[in-house]
Design a protein around this ligand. Structure first.
Ligand code: PLP
Length: 413
């Protein structure tokens, strides 16, 4: 089963101290720590296999290419895509979202056409569309949420018109940890033949995501949030869609032939992978995905749910706490399947930055601020929250330390 102390040994950084206190790392929605196997795999590749991929006929290049393409297969399997042609390597969720926004808009949207996002989006699923709204006159529509952070599905249906070309929403809110009703969104959108893109940055690390079962057209996620290296991410796209989207960037790797009379492009996924890819990072990412698969995504999910439920229960005892995405009225408590491993809150009128800074002095790393979701802050009429977010290596004892830390800080105000 799930042996948490053994798991923690895989992450040496967790045993370091901060200001002389044991580190309690609760900022996992921002980035996760890396297990030794990922660092070893990347070091080993640089030490023993390093060569540019796809281009060389020499032995090293072929070895590096094999590792890189094996990583694509590992990602395919992890999210259960039909084919490796559906797995595009990018720099992260942000680049994946920008790629689709840019190519989809160029290929399939005219002035006045609409894209629907939600009020909980990370800036990376808002700003690319706003840039295109300015450049091309497309229209951005927003699914509203209720006081508990839950999508207003009736309003969603009313936003759909014959000009709606794409729905692009977060699978899980990075601020509140709420799991959005993406199955229902996809079902409704498909009845109008509208494709759906999911921002999976906060879902893929926490529970098994099966793109065939979800039936989404696109899914974006980041390697560094799922125990892999920084600078690598994934765009999943249904093959039929990747085939018809125009390329995003031009350069090496993505072409078939180049002439001043005209250029032809590779088939997906290479069509979207201009330039030398971060082939060491893809190997690192694949190692991370094999690591979490070996632990079991269901075990990880269960463990994190246990921590989240426990933390919400304990935090409820703190006077004047106000949750976001968790009902503040206990009679109304959400069932666990609607909530994932992040919790956002404010306490009385203590500024989140003050709370975060004082917790940091106790060795407790939490995130404070708008979490790159300013429109969500605007919705709640606040400037920011304190967010704690869990990963597979966190413990109940760390939750106790957090709660004790908050109690100590609260007394100072
Ligand atoms: N979308 C969501 C929901 C996120 O939580 C994040 C990062 O916090 C991103 C997008 C952006 O991810 P990245 O910075 O790795 O591209």
């Amino acid at each position: 089963m799930y042996d948490i102390s053994k798991v923690r040994e895989d992450f040496p950084i967790l045993s370091r101290t901060v200001y002389g206190k044991p580190l309690v790392y609760l900022d996992n929605a921002a980035t996760t720590q890396k297990p030794l196997c990922v660092l070893d795999a990347m070091r080993d590749e640089y030490l023993n296999v390093n060569a540019n991929v796809h281009r060389g006929i020499h032995w090293l290049s072929q070895q590096a290419t094999d590792l890189h393409e094996a990583a694509r297969e590992t990602v395919r399997k992890f999210i259960n895509a039909r084919s490796t042609a559906e797995i595009v390597f990018t720099r992260g969720t942000t680049e994946s979202l920008n790629l689709v926004a840019s190519s989809f808009c160029e290929g399939f949207m005219d002035e006045g056409d609409e894209v629907i996002v939600s009020n909980v989006e990370h800036h990376s699923n808002i700003v690319p569309w706003q840039i295109l709204a300015q450049r091309k006159g497309i229209v951005l529509k927003v699914i509203p949420i209720n006081e508990d952070g839950v999508f207003d599905m009736e309003a969603f249906q009313q936003l759909i018109t014959e000009r709606t070309k794409l729905v692009s929403v977060a699978h899980v809110s990075n601020v509140m940890g709420t799991i959005n009703p993406v199955r229902e969104i996809i079902r409704i959108a498909h009845t109008y033949d509208i494709p759906v893109m999911l921002d999976g940055a906060q879902s893929v690390p926490h529970f098994a995501v099966d793109v065939q079962e979800l039936d989404c057209e696109f899914l974006a996620f980041s390697g560094h949030k799922v125990y892999g290296p920084t600078g690598i991410g994934v765009l999943y796209g249904k093959e039929e869609w990747l085939d018809k989207l125009p390329p995003y960037q031009g350069g090496g790797e993505m072409i078939e032939t180049v002439s001043f009379n005209g250029t032809t492009f590779e088939r997906p996924p290479l069509k979207f992978e201009a330039g030398t890819p971060d082939y060491v990072a893809t190997h690192g990412l694949a190692t991370a995905l094999r690591y979490v698969t070996a632990l079991g995504m269901d075990n990880i999910h269960q463990h994190e749910q246990m921590l989240t439920d426990y933390a919400i229960d304990q935090l409820r005892n703190i006077p004047n706490i106000r949750f976001f995405g968790v009902p503040n009225n206990t009679d109304n408590a959400q069932t666990t399947h609607q909530h994932d491993a992040a919790i956002s809150f404010l306490i009385g009128d203590i500024h989140p930055m003050d709370l975060g800074t004082l917790l940091d002095q106790l060795g407790i790393a939490v995130r404070t601020g708008h979490h790159c979701a300013q429109p969500l802050m605007e919705r709640f009429g606040i400037n920011g929250t304190v967010r704690v977010s869990f990963a597979l290596y966190n413990t109940k004892e760390e939750v106790d330390t957090l709660v004790a830390g908050i109690e100590r800080v609260v007394k100072m105000f």
